[in-house]
Design a protein around this ligand. Structure first.
Ligand code: ATP
Length: 282
């Protein structure tokens, strides 16, 4: 068995649950973090949010981050999107150093955040209008994305005429419409009921497999993380560091039945132990 990179020595992986932090290092594609830390400077003093992080998300990988509340997950996503600058270190997206917000990513937040006065198609087209790209070139793509997520026929409806899950599906289309290579998703299904959330997970997995996007998703749900991910990064309490990175040794296209698979349940348990040993469980 490979040596664990886990900081928490109490959590040892079972033989078939490899820790894979050495996978594909040095590849110029995907997302690469080298020594990336963040300390917020506030009037009340410094708030160290992330300890120096080093990891690589592969091109086309579904990478999920879990961690205790306040450990710096959203901060991590904002750094990768270029909305925030790191205090130390360097982030490369597709080989390019991130210094400002960049067009390579589509971002999905916890709430759909659709503009109430724009219809669903208008909301999906928002990044095209904001980037002043030619509308005609993207209209068909917007419509086929809406079809892909089961919203065909709802193009002219206003957001309030759709359920929460439908609005969130529209916001995923909005994040995909300009064809970014990378999707950054911050607890995208946190506000949904359990059944809709399960359906959205299946939907998202299908979209990711079909479009071969690189996805970084943050969630508080360990089963959701294991269900969706190729790899799961577990963070420590603030200032967040890498507790462990787990490979998910399950078929890439999964149905909900996989949740009864012993490999699934064992990995969920193993990740949960990190939180118990840190004294914090969400
Ligand atoms: N703009 C800011 N100024 C000062 N401190 C901040 C700022 N944004 C976040 N923080 C602090 O940094 C830490 C990490 O915040 P962040 O939102 O990244 O955590 P999180 O893991 O996403 O939390 P949660 O799971 O609860 O959403 C928290 O302690 C938070 O209070």
């Amino acid at each position: 068995m490979k040596p664990a990179t886990a900081m928490n020595e109490a959590v040892q992986p079972a033989a078939h649950l490899r820790l894979v932090s050495d996978r594909a290092a040095g590849d110029a594609s995907g997302i690469k973090l080298s020594g990336v830390s963040k300390t917020y400077r506030t009037r009340d003093g410094d708030v160290p949010s992330l300890r120096p992080l080093d990891f690589h998300i592969n091109d086309g990988e579904f990478f999920v981050v879990v961690g205790p509340s306040g450990c710096g997950k959203s901060t991590l996503l904002k750094l990768i999107s270029g909305l925030l600058a790191p205090t130390t270190g360097e982030i490369l997206v597709e080989g390019q150093k991130v210094t400002t917000p960049h067009g390579n990513v589509g971002i999905v937040f916890q709430n759909a955040l659709l503009l109430p006065w724009r219809n669903i198609l208008g909301n999906v087209m928002l990044p095209i209008d904001m980037k002043r790209l030619p509308r005609q070139d993207y209209l068909d793509r917007a419509k086929s994305l809406l079809k892909l997520v089961g919203l065909e026929g709802f193009e002219k409806k206003l957001p309030w005429q759709l359920s929460g899950g439908m609005q969130q599906r529209a916001s995923i289309c909005r994040a995909l419409v300009h064809d970014p290579r990378i999707m950054l998703m911050d607890e995208p299904f946190g506000a949904l009921d359990a059944l809709t959330r399960e359906r959205m997970n299946i939907e998202l997995m299908r979209i990711q497999r079909e479009t071969k996007k690189t996805v970084l998703l943050i969630t508080h749900s360990i089963p959701e993380a294991v269900f969706l991910a190729d790899r799961v990064l577990v963070m420590t309490e603030r200032p967040g560091a890498i507790a462990a990175i787990y490979d998910v040794p399950l078929p890439r296209l999964r149905s909900l039945d996989v949740m009864a698979d012993p490999v699934f349940t064992e990995l969920v348990q193993r990740i949960r132990k990190h939180f118990f040993s840190q004294g914090a469980l969400d």
